[in-house]
Design a protein around this ligand. Structure first.
Ligand SMILES: [Mg+2]
Length: 424
């Protein structure tokens, strides 16, 4: 330990060009003390990435970045199917030997490594997200600070979440089922709920491929949410998701019908490709319109925002480009006075990683949470975290170094996707 202290002092003095100077014993002691508190095994310049490995559980990839100093970082990406194993390995090869303490630089290096200098999307960016997130976790651990501190500090200590009731897993739920699911969420302490109303299995649908809702489908979608509003009263927030399936006629009709239910937002009433249609719907209804869970990088959000096409954005922090990129997206939205309300279907590792970003920007509104994360054992088993996860619709931001949540590789094994190497 003394040897380590010595080397820290030497590193610090060398950095300031002050070795051997008389007043060194008093000058800069605060900074010196801070450097000595950082729990790396040697001074940061010796820290190197040695390997990048991954494991797959359900639709998510968990990436671990290893170093030469027995400190590691973990990140997660969603919608990154098992087919990305070789992509993780290839990107990992490109960063071996580098210092992990520059997450923004490494993300930019990987994003622009090929011919095109950007304009990449989809699973490539999702995998990049997991690696970038692991680097923030690692950097926080090395300097002994939580990730939000590296992102510039926090605006809040607790991150508000809404409860997605996952009623979409049941067949043909009635308005009474919606009301019951809402009551269940509120009784668990949640002050905001979300329901999906799109339904390819609606027996009243005339056609599997045409998404113009007929009067019976319109009634079903409206009555379900009216029952929720009646159940929860005026002060619980309600979000409604149409999963980008319907056409513009139906999307606008539902947005206008829902006006009297005072939704927090209507999510993706139409497919999230055509910005002109979003602009039209947003401008013709007082129901706030939200999109963004399949939009990548800050570039992906520029026209949505600059053309006033949406009222609220919901990037998925586990696939939009990383924690640094999610912060840039939120800050971009803030210039248009648009709230940042992330989509979230990750484990508690991804949830807490996103919380650090949510804490670091002024315009954070609310983040997604799934009711099955409270009730299904898988979500408990795959990560290690002591303490409650949500309490009364809030996640308390971790103050531990890094993200503050660790993956549990032993716990993950029984859920690991078969036929894909697991942290090999
Ligand atoms: Mg959605």
């Amino acid at each position: 330990m003394d040897k380590l202290k010595e080397s820290r002092r030497a590193f610090f003095a060398k950095g300031l060009g002050l070795a051997g100077v008389g007043f060194f014993s008093t000058f800069g002691q605060g900074l010196e003390a801070a450097v000595e508190r950082t729990p790396s095994a040697s001074n940061p310049s010796d820290l190197k990435i040695t390997d990048v490995k991954c494991g797959y559980v359900r639709g998510a990839v968990y990436v671990k970045v290893y170093t030469n100093q027995d400190v590691w970082g973990c990140g997660e990406a969603v919608d990154a199917i098992q087919g990305t194993y070789h992509l993780v390995k290839r990107l990992g090869e490109q960063i071996k030997g580098q210092s992990p303490l520059n997450p923004n630089r490494i993300a930019e290096q990987l994003r622009k490594a090929a011919f095109f200098g950007g304009a990449q999307s989809g699973v490539f960016i999702a995998v990049l997200t997991a690696i970038e997130t692991a680097l923030w976790d690692l950097t926080g651990k090395v300097f002994g600070v939580p990730v939000y501190q590296l992102l510039g500090g926090k605006f809040r200590d607790k991150i508000r979440v809404y409860c997605d009731t996952a009623l979409y897993t049941s067949t043909n739920p009635t308005p009474a089922d919606y009301a019951l699911a809402a009551r269940n969420a509120v009784s668990r302490g949640y002050n905001a709920v979300k329901f999906d109303v799109d339904d390819a299995r609606d027996p009243n649908k005339y056609d599997r491929f045409n998404w113009t809702a007929n009067p019976m489908e319109i009634d079903r979608m409206y009555n379900a949410i009216a029952a929720v509003r009646q159940e929860v009263g005026p002060n619980v927030d309600i979000c409604v998701d149409m999963h980008g399936r319907y056409d513009a006629v139906t999307g606008l009709k539902m947005a206008k019908m829902y006006e009297d239910l005072n939704l927090m937002w209507l999510e993706e009433p139409v497919p999230a490709d055509n910005i002109e249609v979003y602009k039209k719907i947003s401008q013709e209804t007082s129901t706030p319109i939200c999109t963004g869970e399949n939009v990548y990088l800050a570039y992906g959000f520029t026209r949505l925002l600059s053309e006033n096409a949406v009222d609220i954005i919901m990037p998925d922090v586990q696939k939009a480009g990383g924690l640094g990129e999610a912060q840039r997206i939120a800050n971009l939205a803030n210039l248009y006075y648009v709230p940042f309300s992330p989509h979230m279907v990750a484990s508690f590792l991804g949830a807490m990683a996103a919380c650090h970003v949510c804490a670091s920007v002024p315009n954070f509104q609310i983040m997604e949470w799934q009711i099955y994360m409270d009730t299904d054992q898988l979500w408990q088993d795959i990560v290690t975290y002591d303490g409650p996860r949500t309490q009364n619709s809030f996640i308390t931001l971790s103050e531990k170094p890094g993200i503050g949540v660790e993956i549990n590789e032993e716990g993950m094994k029984k859920y690991a996707v078969k036929g894909v190497p697991f942290f090999e």
